[in-house]
Design a protein around this ligand. Sequence first.
Ligand code: ATP
Ligand code: MG
Length: 400
Amino acid sequence: MLDSPFKEAIAVLNHIEEHGHEAYFVGGCVRDYLLGREIRDVDIATSATPQFIQKIFDKVIPVGIEHGTVIVRHQQTSYEVTTFRIDGTYSDSRHPDHVAFISKIDKDLKRRDFTINAMAMDKKGKVIDLYQGREDISDKVIRTVGNGYDRFKEDPLRMVRALRFASQLGFTLDSETQKQIKTLRREVNTIAVERIAMEMEKFFAGNYIADAIKELQLTGLHKNLPVLKQKPAMIDALQREQKPLFTLAEMFAFFHLLDPTVSIMTWIREWKASNQTKRDTIKLVEAVREFQESGIQNWIVYKLPGELYEGFIRVLVALSCQAVPSLQEMYNMEDDLPIMSRQQLCFNGNDLIELFPQIAKGPWMQKILIEVEYLVVIKELTNDKEKIKEWLKWNPPEIS
Ligand code: ATP
Ligand code: MG
């Protein structure tokens, strides 16, 4: 008997089978089950068409009907249910021109990228393994299903995926698979940068990133990725003990700090990253720079949004910084901050005008307010209007 999360999903398989169709668990969930890894999503492959699935289940979200995929909601869980299919020719190296639904699972498994991802499992736990996926799992090898040259030509994103699975699982690339990536790596230029970015984010987040960087170097694939192609030495400069980074913002901050000649904006533009990623990258870089100057201190904790604390720590670790704070230390410092935001300062622009009525309004005001805010945060000045006024009398604004 299968355990969670398959146990709960069996009801979905049963329901499809009761309506005369085949259904299996497939892809990443079978791989992770055989590896004893935590299973995130349980994906299902079936001989039933998407329309048929929509008919027999109450809650179905049609996410990609043209590719045969719908989401079935069952007991508050979402299952991707995809009809067995073969992909047509890939004229634009991105999306199959057409997909054809088929009634048997064997050809559906054949279209999948790697042997470890090309297994299916029935509700009793019996694994269908037509391409020696289990053997490759025990040998820790990433190998394309079928001829690597053809499979990478069909969809060059698979080359990036090969490396991200190497990083997540601690596997090595089969020698033929590695050779074909070396040959075809230029073809990654034909796929959308955003799709490469999603895979590379997982690549840098992998537990086995240090080993996977060696695999990346062996293929030379980084020489065809945005920014890294102009600066392949960045990859060669990475530590032998390289530690993972979880987001694109962490990755860009890390690389920018390693080589400041490549601006943050270049990273953002070339990788077509979002504005959120841009903002986070800038905040992480500022925080790390402050840390490199004066270690962990209130100002960093104050300026950095709480949701970036862990990313900040990961960037410091990845840069092999000394005296890296723990998350708890950062939270303790946050709890102990005299103010949480500028609004809590007992002194504002109006107070400043009142104190120095003779000076015309101007950029000097912002400068002074930031200085006061800084001194209060680092506890060199008490957050008290009179105390701040007193300090300002002795440290009046310098107007040039
Ligand atoms: P993860 O746990 O990271 O989601 P996964 O194996 O589920 O890993 P997905 O990207 O979610 O990876 O893809 C689901 C399955 O679809 C894969 O296991 C593989 O069988 C197939 N697949 C995905 N992308 C491709 C591709 N580009 N070419 C061929 N098969 C693919
Ligand atoms: Mg998945």
